[in-house]
Design a protein around this ligand. Structure first.
Ligand SMILES: [Zn+2]
Length: 393
């Protein structure tokens, strides 16, 4: 009854215009590029309605002309596409050594970025003040009005609460109960928060090597181990948004102590910090980098080879658990180690499928991320994108 009553309510001219505009924008956001003729056919609106709406969207810079379509006979029609620079997102990552802030367009292309170093174990106040300063600088130096920004996405290594926009606990950052809601109020922009592994998994699914993949595990080897799980196309969060903390599965009972309070966690054996730490100890040189290590590996330096074999063995131990738990089609490895796939992928594939009757090479693929370390920040910038249709309508 109520629905019928609504339908019968006469719509004023302005509401009709707005509804037409929204329908055309929704179509263009889905298809990205169409001719006026195609929009007319797809929406069922009259050609003058489509033409007038496109004229106003062109004037506002929301859409732009994109060349001429192939001829189907007669005059060749102009292509119209969403202007990727019509709105912007702000992405933030908070990691043990620094805060990184980017401004992206709606294609999540980075337009501007800055990195602010932070002290290890900085307080919540210091971190939120540094994030606020960096965001204010980025907005102001863009020269864009505040209305051009969709919002802010923050990706952080730790447990987050999306409702209260806060970090519940981030052991690797030494942070607990830090709210980012005041930043949202101060800057007048919506703010979203996500665990960095989840954000990166989303980035891989939307922008990276995993586009269109429905069952995947993302594992990033950085200072620690970050991970995100996508099941049936959706990020799997768990009952308390804490699912998929793969860096903390036990790999060595009673082993090395971990920042989470337990012992023998995977990240204590396969993180970049651990590999680099062991290599630097071996060479008694604190300035050595991963590039040095992989050069030695390429030169077949015996103790570097032994160190790598042990590292790979721990990677395989963890991956066995991951495959047994999730049966993923794809495991995507990101972070700095992923920049050396020639050393990583062959032994992982060989070791993972050795002595198992459960699964074979063709069941699960291990790939390396193309987004590398940017996966976190691109995933952060993706978070406010959900508001795009409403913010340009
Ligand atoms: Zn742990």
């Amino acid at each position: 009854m109520q629905k019928n009553a609504e339908l019968q309510k006469p719509l004023d001219q302005n509401s009709i215009k707005l509804a037409n505009r929204k329908a055309i924008l929704d179509l263009l956001l889905r298809e990205r590029i169409l001719t006026r003729q195609e929009i007319t056919a797809r929406t069922g609106f009259s050609f003058p309605t489509v033409s007038n709406t496109i004229a106003s969207l062109l004037e506002q810079g929301v859409v732009r002309e994109a060349g001429i379509a192939d001829s189907t006979g007669g005059r060749r029609p102009l292509l119209i596409e969403i202007n990727p620079d019509c709105r912007f997102a702000l992405g933030v990552t908070i990691q043990p050594r620094d805060i990184r802030v980017v401004r992206t367009n709606i294609d999540i292309r980075i337009m501007d970025e800055m990195t602010v170093p932070i002290r290890r174990n900085a307080t919540g106040e210091t971190v939120t003040a540094a994030v606020t300063d960096a965001l204010e600088t980025m907005i102001s130096r863009s020269g864009e009005p505040l209305g051009a920004f969709l919002g802010i996405g923050i990706a952080v290594a730790g447990y987050v609460n999306r409702k209260t926009i806060s970090i519940e606990a981030a052991p690797s950052l030494g942070l607990r109960e830090v709210s980012f809601a005041p930043i949202s109020r101060k800057l007048g922009l919506p703010l979203y928060i996500e665990n960095e592994g989840n954000a990166a998994a989303l980035a891989e699914q939307h922008l990276g090597i995993a586009q269109g993949m429905d069952n995947l595990i993302y594992i990033s080897i950085v200072e620690g181990v970050a991970s995100g799980t996508i099941i049936a196309g959706k990020l799997y969060m768990g009952a308390h948004n804490r699912a998929g903390e793969l860096g903390h599965i036990t790999i060595e009972p009673g082993g090395r102590p971990c920042s989470c309070g337990r012992r023998g966690c995977w990240e204590q054996y396969v993180s970049e910090d651990v590999l680099l730490g062991e290599y630097r100890l071996l060479r008694e040189n604190d300035s050595l980098t991963l590039a040095h290590f992989f050069q030695e590996l390429s030169d077949q330096q015996e103790d570097a080879v032994v160190l790598w074999e042990s590292y790979v063995e721990y990677m395989i131990r963890g991956l066995h658990t991951v495959v047994a738990m999730y049966d993923p089609h794809y495991i995507i490895i990101g972070g700095s180690i992923a920049e050396y796939p020639q050393y990583l992928l062959p032994p992982l594939m060989k070791g993972l499928f050795k002595s198992t009757t459960f699964y074979t090479r063709s069941d699960t693929y291990i790939l390396v991320s193309e987004l590398k370390k940017d996966a976190f920040i691109l995933g952060a910038a993706l978070l406010p994108m959900a508001t795009l249709p409403a913010r340009i309508a």
